[in-house]
Design a protein around this ligand. Structure first.
Ligand SMILES: NC(=O)c1ccc[n+]([C@@H]2O[C@H](COP(=O)([O-])OP(=O)(O)OC[C@H]3O[C@@H](n4cnc5c(N)ncnc54)[C@H](O)[C@@H]3O)[C@@H](O)[C@H]2O)c1
Length: 267
């Protein structure tokens, strides 16, 4: 053990939730859950690099957060499935913010891949490349640069725990994210790095509304889906607040955990 994590028993609550002085990277931050996570981390005091395949989207979002909070933010293009691209993002974060304390592996894709007997092997691999390898690469590049310990948060899903028809590749990838989270937590503990995941139920995001990989769904189609037991569909900020908890010192003794955020849907 390199060093035990801090004892926060006497730390005031406001300091525990504060991310003042911390530098964070959020992938898939141009929209949806990632954008909401970046906004909450920034509100809590962090300087944030927002990264996405959509580099223009993250630059615009970073400018907005910078104006709102008066702190350094940056937008960047990244393809999380590409090793060199993820390493370049981590270098950029250190160059712009001087350090990395928090890394959120949020970028992900959830195409309907259909029945297994008809499924395309390349499409299956693409989902695993983005959702699993992308999470591994992000965690590795973050850990290599976290000089004072840190917190890594991964996006799992309720499909991490149960199969979903037509989503075999996605559900398999999100099962793997839970396993990866546990393994990273053990492996990176000696560096003082905590690794956790959140597993959202249905959250209304552009990706869910627009579908992906040729799938089309509308807000009307979503209206036919039953609300979660707590009375409505999930919103990106419902997930972002839990990511903030895991990123902050409130969760200073939590590592290797996956927190389900589904309003009792799978309970
Ligand atoms: N929305 C839900 O119901 C739900 C439920 C459980 C888990 N999740 C997970 O939450 C995360 C975000 O989902 P969302 O609903 O906000 O999706 P979204 O499609 O609305 O946004 C995802 C963002 O990730 C980006 N992205 C996709 N591939 C990328 C890549 N290779 N490199 C970098 N960026 C990339 C996209 O450009 C997009 O901006 C995903 O990991 C998803 O699996 C979502």
């Amino acid at each position: 053990m390199a060093f035990p994590v801090a004892d926060h028993s006497a730390t005031p609550l406001a300091d525990l939730v504060s991310l003042a002085g911390r530098a964070a990277v959020v992938t898939g931050a141009a929209r949806g859950i990632g954008a909401a996570i970046a906004a909450r981390l920034a509100e809590a005091g962090a300087e944030v690099v927002l990264a996405d395949l959509d580099g223009e989207g993250t630059t615009a979002a970073a400018k907005e957060l910078e104006a709102k909070h008066g702190r350094r933010m940056a937008g960047a293009r990244v393809d999380v499935a590409d090793e060199a691209s993820v390493a370049a993002l981590a270098d950029l974060a250190v160059e712009r913010l001087g350090r990395i304390d928090i890394w959120v592996n949020n970028a992900g894709i959830f195409p309907h891949t259909g029945r297994v007997v008809d499924a395309d092997a390349a499409a299956f691999d693409t989902v695993l490349d983005v959702n699993v390898s992308g999470t591994f690469l992000g965690a590795r590049e973050a850990a290599r640069r976290m000089a004072d310990g840190g917190s890594i948060v991964n996006l799992a899903s309720i499909t991490s725990f149960a199969a979903r028809s037509g989503l075999t590749a996605y559900s398999t990838s999100k099962h793997a994210v839970v396993g990866l989270t546990r393994n990273l937590a053990r492996d990176l503990a000696p560096l003082g790095i905590r690794v956790n995941a959140v597993a959202p139920g249905l959250i209304v995001t552009p990706g869910v509304l627009g579908g992906s990989a040729g799938e089309t769904r509308s807000a009307d189609a979503l209206a036919t889906r039953p609300a979660a037991p707590l009375g409505r569909h999930g919103l990106p900020d419902d997930v972002a607040r839990v990511v903030l908890f895991l990123a902050s010192d409130l969760a200073g003794f939590v590592s290797g955990a996956t927190i389900v955020v589904d309003a009792a849907d799978t309970a």
